[in-house]
Design a protein around this ligand. Structure first.
Ligand SMILES: [Zn+2]
Length: 335
């Protein structure tokens, strides 16, 4: 297994890195750019930027191999050197993956430069030489979740990168990443797949897939896998929000309960933290609202969406969830 810090890495094992079983639909331009970049010996850090769920993680996993592989003429990932074979069996010791903590969606200073018992940090990992590969590769997912001091610590490492250490960063919110970090990286934009790409892979999308995914493969797959749950969520939202005969105060209460209930189901289903489940709930609610009102997005519904986004962020700030959700539901249902 690649080295993982248990506090700040995702609990999922990294996907086996070959392009067939990874979702990197439509990211053709990004892949062309990546191949070019990774052949250059002077570049040591890249940042993949694009919508959440578009396949940045898979892209990072697949392309890390270009930097690990000992065969310098390997341009097509067909290679059986020790770096490649160990990587494919998820046993390459020269890869370090760091993601936000599932509990609070943060990457803290200890993950970047700390030393937690026997666990490595980005810094301690970067100070040793590669064991079986040409380079060590550090993959940092969602770097917009770095705390302030973690970001500054990472910046210091990027400013004086150790020899034979390469960095692959990902983010869906580039505006939240320090400019000074961005200036040390080559930015690779990951574009959304085209409609043709999506139809080719998934066939026609169902109603709930259209409502709850914003045309990115990861979300289509999530909604498809949990079809009944999202369908029920859509039915509930329609009943509560689109029926004009229900009184406003009742709507507000029902919506809050529905939000909390859906979030609890997501939490159980994916074994994720309360906050991650609530973020998925609010994201899917925002998407539902946008898609239902797509044809007629009034100033009022834009205000509602803004309120939703604001709550989205405040939930990350550790408020009282139930009170926040009831306040949000009131905002969303009052007209
Ligand atoms: Zn190789």
């Amino acid at each position: 297994m690649p080295t993982q810090n248990p506090v700040h890495t995702s609990t999922q094992a990294p996907a086996v890195p070959n392009s067939e079983n990874c979702s990197i639909l439509g990211l053709k331009q990004a892949q062309i750019k990546l191949k070019k970049i990774m052949c250059s010996t002077t570049i040591h850090a890249i940042i993949l930027h694009g919508k959440q769920g578009i396949g940045k993680k898979n892209l990072a996993t697949i392309y890390a191999r270009f930097w690990l592989c000992n065969n310098t003429s390997n341009k097509n990932l067909e290679c059986s050197c020790k770096a490649c074979t160990t990587y494919l069996s998820t046993n390459n010791p020269d890869v370090f993956i760091c993601s936000p903590s599932p509990a609070n969606r943060m990457i803290t200073l200890s993950s970047i430069s700390g030393k937690i018992g026997k666990e490595q940090s980005v810094k301690s990992f970067s100070l040793t030489t590669p064991l079986v590969s040409k380079n060590k590769v550090i993959i940092l997912h969602d770097v917009d979740c770095l705390t302030r001091d973690a970001a500054h610590s990472l910046l210091k490492i990027l400013e004086e990168p150790p020899a034979n250490v390469k960095f692959i960063l990902t983010t869906s919110e580039v505006s939240k990443v320090l400019d000074t970090i961005l200036s040390r990286c080559i930015i690779v934009d990951c574009d959304a797949p085209t409609e043709e790409n999506l139809i080719e892979k998934y066939g026609p999308l169902s109603l709930e897939e259209e409502l709850f995914s914003y045309d990115v493969p990861e979300r289509i797959e999530l909604v498809r896998k949990n079809k009944d749950l999202y369908n029920e969520w859509h039915q509930n939202l329609s009943t509560i929000l689109l029926d004009s005969t229900v009184p406003m105060n009742l709507k507000s209460y029902q919506l809050a309960e529905s939000i909390l209930n859906f979030s609890a189901q997501i939490e159980k289903l994916s074994d994720s933290s309360k906050k991650i489940a609530m973020l998925e709930t609010l994201l899917s609610l925002t998407l539902w609202w946008k898609n239902i009102e797509k044809k007629n997005l009034t100033e009022h519904s834009i205000q509602k969406l803004l309120a939703l986004c604001k709550t989205h962020q405040s939930i990350l700030m550790n408020g009282n969830l139930k009170i926040q959700i009831h306040a949000l539901a009131f905002q969303l249902t009052s007209s």
